[in-house]
Ligand binder design. Structure first.
Ligand SMILES: Nc1ncnc2c1ncn2[C@@H]1O[C@H](COP(=O)(O)OP(=O)(O)OP(=O)(O)O)[C@@H](O)[C@H]1O
Length: 308
């Protein structure tokens, strides 16, 4: 079996009555990008904070990079990087000064820091911005700086909490290219997200909902093991059709996408297009029904009963 970057058994965190993370088991292979996919409040940040050793679990065992956490959280600190949801750098320091500050905190010598910062400015397209105040950067530039700061000390494991919430699709794509480059050099990456396209890029992922892991595996495994068939219906009167479809016990969900309805039908139903026509002959008279490949969003909806 491949080496594990993170192993957790029964990881739990309570805040008073609320169980934010509920008996989570994890086995995350080293050298991969692993995602936590879930809606707001599903426990993603709480989970990441426990895995970094910053937040004490209420229960459960966690080993990160072979170190038991939180007991060895201090030793772990130098080996992990953490990019939080909010921009946590100094807005009134320049790009270069921010990186120099983080390098000092991480214990790099003056020379090591100078060399590393030079390298990071080049690889993260920050060289031309090195004298700019962090507070004056665009969303995408800030994000590149935050990532560079999180990896100043070359961590073996990098945690990213909803890293691309504030950037446009193009910057998001570039950001993911950088993550794959990092992963290729052996860095393990754990990322939380509520974006399907982002989750789909991960090697493995866990779907979290109300603190509980509803499913895990590679995106392909999750999509293939869905247990539903997806049929797209192109017709008129979609609102009424949706209502009637949802009244059928075998229909797990029906979501409108422009002029189409995306319908998840129980996988035990054979020939779901014909079955649907038989259930609602009048509504589906003249409609176009096409079976399509399940997406990660379908997995998410069927596992959690919610929209991301
Ligand atoms: N320090 C805290 N004290 C009390 N409740 C908390 C605390 N931190 C988190 N929670 C609660 O725990 C639950 C999970 O929150 P968490 O931030 O982990 O979710 P999330 O999936 O990261 O959501 P988001 O995407 O909104 O950050 C929420 O109900 C939240 O209100």
């Amino acid at each position: 079996m491949s080496e594990l970057a993170i192993e957790a058994h029964g990881l739990t965190r309570r805040f008073g009555e609320l169980v934010a993370v509920n008996r989570l088991d994890l086995a995350i292979p080293a050298g991969t990008i692993y995602g936590f996919l879930g809606p707001n409040g599903s426990g993603k940040s709480t989970c990441l904070r426990m895995l970094t050793g910053l937040l004490l679990p209420s229960d459960g065992q966690v080993t990160v990079l072979g170190l038991p956490v939180p007991r060895q959280a201090e030793a772990l600190r130098r080996r992990v990087g953490y990019m939080t949801q909010r921009f946590s750098l100094y807005e009134d320091l320049s790009v270069q000064e921010n990186l120099a500050f983080v390098a000092r905190v991480q214990g790099l010598s003056g020379r090591q820091a100078r060399e590393r910062i030079h390298e990071l400015l080049a690889t993260h397209e920050l060289a031309a911005l090195s004298e700019r105040l962090a507070g004056s950067l665009s969303g995408g530039q800030r994000q590149r700086l935050a990532l560079a700061a999180a990896i100043v000390h070359r961590p073996a494991l990098l945690f990213l909490d909803e890293p691309t919430s504030a950037v446009d699709p193009e910057n998001r794509r570039d950001f993911w290219e950088t993550l794959f480059d990092l992963c290729d050099t052996g860095t393990s990456i754990v990322v939380s997200t509520h974006y399907m396209d982002e989750a789909e890029r991960c090697h493995g992922l866990a779907i979290l909902d109300e603190g509980v892991k509803r499913a895990d595996g590679s995106p392909e495994q999750l999509m293939n093991g869905l247990g539903v068939t997806v049929v797209e219906v192109l017709t008129t009167g979609l609102r009424e059709l949706k209502r009637d479809l949802l009244a059928l016990g075998e229909v797990h969900s029906a979501a409108q996408l422009g002029l189409r309805l995306r319908v998840l039908v129980d996988g035990r139903i054979e020939q779901p297009e014909h079955w649907l026509r038989r259930q609602l002959p009048e509504r589906l008279n003249g409609a176009e029904l096409t079976r399509v490949r399940p997406s990660l969003e379908d997995v998410f909806v069927s596992r959690t009963g919610a929209s991301p």
